[in-house]
Ligand binder design. Structure first.
Ligand code: FE
Ligand code: FE
Ligand code: ZN
Length: 278
């Protein structure tokens, strides 16, 4: 089964997202746990979540991907900023248990001049404080483009974070096609080589989701500007290879392209047409 979805707005609740996903040919979706810029999260509407959980089961939805606010920084030099990330993420993990057994993705953060090793230590220590043995949610580190002092622009950095987290079975990685290409991993010319390298450094058994985005910028630009599928520097042929790759094709794919819902519907149709069902 091809597991494909896109980023949807959370504002109208879970059941609304489920129905919207279904209406555009998706069988999963990504959503922000709260306003991506702010901290305020609406109280969970238990009835809405219960209706959604039934809906998702009924329609055979694949694992969902929640995305943490991208303004959080687990490795800021400012202790208050780190504490804020800690509080928000701990609360997000409580909220995630209303929809059990899904994924929660976050950007590792920017070390802002503290040095990458210090940043990695702070990210791991935050995770070691908030992860719980009884949680059903898996937390994913996103591969980053390496702009500025971003941590996670190399597979080695992600591996080092994972190595320092105690509850390893609660962790994983989400690979973003735009970010890795911008970071200098050439998935256009050598997808097999990049996948092999990922397996060698991190392990493919720790890869749980793919963000499927084209890039507005050339290879190794360290920029992070997403483009519509087939309209950027990765190109449609690359995406056909990515979604059909024997080591990736079982994973859930999430579009974060610059689109409204109708544009996502079109891209999902396009990708479904490219996914081989032999
Ligand atoms: Fe992201
Ligand atoms: Fe992403
Ligand atoms: Zn991005």
């Amino acid at each position: 089964m091809f597991k494909i979805g896109c980023h949807l707005s959370t504002s109208k609740g879970y059941l609304h997202m489920g129905r919207e996903a279904l209406s555009i040919g998706a069988n999963t979706f990504q959503f922000f746990t709260r306003n991506p810029r702010g901290a305020k999260a609406k109280a969970i509407n238990e009835k809405d979540v219960a209706l959604f959980n039934d809906f998702a089961k009924e329609h055979g939805f694949a694992t969902l991907l929640a995305h943490a606010s991208y303004t959080l920084n687990a490795c800021s030099a400012d202790e208050r900023v780190r504490k804020f990330a800690h509080e928000v993420m701990a609360d997000d993990l409580v909220r995630m248990e209303y929809t059990p057994n899904n994924y929660y993705n976050f950007h590792p953060g920017s070390h802002v001049g503290q040095g990458v090793d210090k940043g990695i230590g702070q990210i791991a220590s935050l995770l070691n404080t908030i992860l719980r043995p009884e949680q059903t949610t898996r937390v994913l580190l996103e591969t980053m483009s390496g702009k500025g002092s971003e941590v996670g622009g190399t597979f080695e950095e992600l591996r080092q974070i994972l190595d320092q987290v105690a509850l390893k079975d609660k962790m994983g990685v989400c690979l973003d096609t735009c970010h890795v290409y911008d970071a200098g991993y050439d998935i256009v010319k050598d997808l097999d080589g990049v996948i092999e390298h990922f397996d060698h450094v991190i392990g493919l058994d720790r890869l749980f989701a793919i963000h499927i985005n084209d890039s507005k910028n050339p290879f190794s630009s360290h920029k992070d500007r997403h483009e519509k599928i087939g309209k950027g520097s990765l190109g449609l042929a690359t995406f056909a290879r990515v979604i059909n790759h024997p080591k990736l094709r079982h994973l859930p794919f999430f579009l974060e392209t610059p689109n409204k819902v109708a544009g996502y519907a079109e891209e999902i149709r396009l990708l479904r047409g490219l996914y081989s069902t032999n």
